[in-house]
Design a protein around this ligand. Structure first.
Ligand code: AHG
Ligand code: MN
Ligand code: MN
Length: 344
């Protein structure tokens, strides 16, 4: 009992996500509170999905739903569920004018109850990242990205509102459903991480102002594909494995981008999903995975690139576009880029 009381007092000293959102709303010039309401909705949807993810082994929700998504991958039931929860939460609150999801072929237009199309923001998301890990009780996540629309308010959104370079993001974040559940996000003023106390359903600010160590000793890549990698990546992997200074580095690969990225941001490391002869454009999606992670990485002092140039400066040409992805501690990504350049 005494211990419980002590823990309660400790948590009460930490800010809740709700309090943090209200305090920071004023930091935005001309803020109408719309962005705060979006983050609030994501917070709510994350709690709902978290509840379901935690029960994944108990109920008949594991396994493929028997459908494939647009990329031809098996959809897991929880992908479908998480997609529904995030979309419905955003639509019901009438706070966005459009949503694009990795799980939907096309973007969704949100008209608003009065059919006014008067909201300013669009949300792009990967509702369940690392979905192949659900059946084996390994951490999964949600990734989201928020843009201001470029077409006039009052008209339905168009594809142009979604095909914006990552530099235009106004917010991005991820939820990690891990040993504990966390929501990590940025609105361009640094990165903050909040941990969920599942007993009372409240996120607490546990990781204020998250920063990548400038250097790290972890590299995360699916090395099973080694023979298919471009020469620059092969050379960089060999560099990571060389006995010299603080090398060889440690290899860590979970297979959930969110989890690999989260660990590397805390400990220092690099995540790479390159092109390969099997996936000539890479695997990860620019709009749902790479842009939001790049925004977080840069805000945390890290770096995100396609091997040659900044991810956030790439002009997207299609919703489900894939790109090679190098993301992590600044110096490590820079080093990997130098190997790519040398092997050109
Ligand atoms: P998703 O579950 O949304 O399809 O994403 C899976 C992604 C990413 O999270 C992960 O890092 C990568 O795919 C793993 O791919 P490989 O199994 O090819 O290594
Ligand atoms: Mn994903
Ligand atoms: Mn996914």
């Amino acid at each position: 009992m005494h211990q419980q009381l002590q823990r309660f007092r400790m948590e009460e000293r930490n800010k809740t996500l709700g309090e943090f959102i209200i305090e920071n709303q004023n930091a935005f010039q001309y803020s109408s509170g719309e962005l705060s309401r979006i983050i609030n909705s994501i917070r709510l949807a994350a709690k709902v999905v978290n509840y379901k993810v935690n029960k994944a082994g108990l109920v008949d929700i594991v396994g493929a739903a028997g459908e494939q998504n647009i990329q031809g991958e098996d959809q897991q039931k929880l992908d479908v569920y998480a997609n529904e929860v995030f979309i419905q939460t955003l639509i019901n609150r009438e706070i966005v004018c459009g949503i694009a999801s990795e799980e939907n072929d096309d973007f969704i237009t949100v008209a608003g109850g009065d059919n006014s199309h008067s909201n300013k923001y669009v949300v792009l998301m990967d509702p369940l990242d690392g979905s192949s890990n659900i059946d084996v009780n390994v951490s999964v996540g949600t990734i989201f990205s928020v843009f201001r629309r470029v077409t006039p308010i009052g008209t339905p959104v168009t594809i142009q509102d979604f095909l914006q370079p990552g530099t235009q993001q106004v917010a991005a974040g991820y939820v990690i459903y891990g040993t504990s559940t966390m929501l990590v996000y940025t609105t361009g003023h640094g990165v903050n991480g909040f941990t969920l106390n599942p007993a009372i359903g409240t996120f607490y600010l546990s990781h204020p102002n998250m920063k990548y160590p400038k250097d790290g000793t972890i590299y995360s890549i699916n090395e099973g594909n080694y023979v298919h990698f471009p020469q620059g990546v092969k050379d960089y992997i060999k560099y990571c494995q060389l006995e010299e200074g603080n090398r060889p580095y440690t290899s860590r690969y979970i297979g959930s981008l969110v989890s690999d990225m989260h660990r590397n941001m805390i400990k220092g490391g690099i995540y790479i999903y390159p092109t390969s002869s099997k996936a000539p454009k890479g695997k990860l999606r620019l709009l749902y995975e790479c842009n939001p992670m790049a925004f977080i990485a840069e805000q945390a002092g890290g770096k995100a690139s396609n091997g040659y140039r900044r991810i956030m400066e790439i002009q997207p040409t299609e919703l489900h576009q894939r790109v090679p992805f190098f993301c992590g501690s600044y110096n490590m990504v820079q080093k990997a880029e130098s190997f790519m350049e040398a092997a050109k």
